[in-house]
Design a protein around this ligand. Structure first.
Ligand SMILES: Nc1ncnc2c1ncn2[C@@H]1O[C@H](COP(=O)(O)OP(=O)(O)OP(=O)(O)O)[C@@H](O)[C@H]1O
Ligand SMILES: [Mg+2]
Length: 159
């Protein structure tokens, strides 16, 4: 089983579908970092994941709010999913003041755009996703770093 998967995504629908498929393989406690330039498709992929977790409603980019929380059912359990966009994050003191540290716990899932902006404030990624432009398409690379992350990738490949 691969813990480093590369996929070609022909269009926005393909990115949304990858997210939705991946959502079925997710479990609580997993942190996913999304890397890639502006417009690479990070938010689109997260949208696919959150809708794949049966959240009904708009999934908007948290560029100004830094984080958008969602409540979904995962494996019959109420689970918090936090979508971070740290592009504009600057003030490290704000991290604890805002309570963001507590968002990283075994009962939640964190999906983080621009994780490098948080430096060492955030825990290690269970899964790193790299998105890049390839003409009109996108290339996605998914890498499992931890046991939990690798197990997610294994479940994803079993579907
Ligand atoms: N596989 C794909 N092929 C072509 N276009 C895509 C693909 N996936 C997403 N897009 C398009 O790319 C555009 C930018 O996507 P998105 O907002 O998800 O990028 P982002 O990585 O979150 O950018 P930012 O860093 O600004 O938050 C959107 O218009 C989306 O429809
Ligand atoms: Mg985005």
């Amino acid at each position: 089983m691969e813990h480093d998967i590369t996929l070609k995504l022909a269009d926005e629908q393909a990115t949304l579908k990858l997210g939705a498929d991946f959502a079925r393989a997710l479990c609580a406690g997993v942190n996913i970092y999304l890397h890639g330039n502006l417009g690479a498709g990070k938010t689109t992929l997260v949208r696919g994941v959150i809708h794949g977790l049966c959240f009904v409603g708009k999934v908007k980019s948290p560029t100004y709010t830094l984080v958008e929380p969602y409540q979904v059912m995962m494996n019959q359990t109420n689970t918090n999913v936090y979508h971070f966009d740290l592009y504009r994050f600057m003030d490290e003191d704000e991290w604890d003041a805002a309570g963001f540290r507590d968002y990283f716990n075994p009962h939640s899932v964190c999906l983080i755009e621009w994780p490098d902006k948080a430096g060492s404030l955030i825990p290690q990624a269970d899964i790193d996703v790299y998105l890049e432009l390839d003409g009109e398409c996108r290339i996605a690379r998914l890498i499992g770093n931890t046991t939990a992350g690798k197990e997610c990738l294994e479940r994803y490949q079993e579907f």
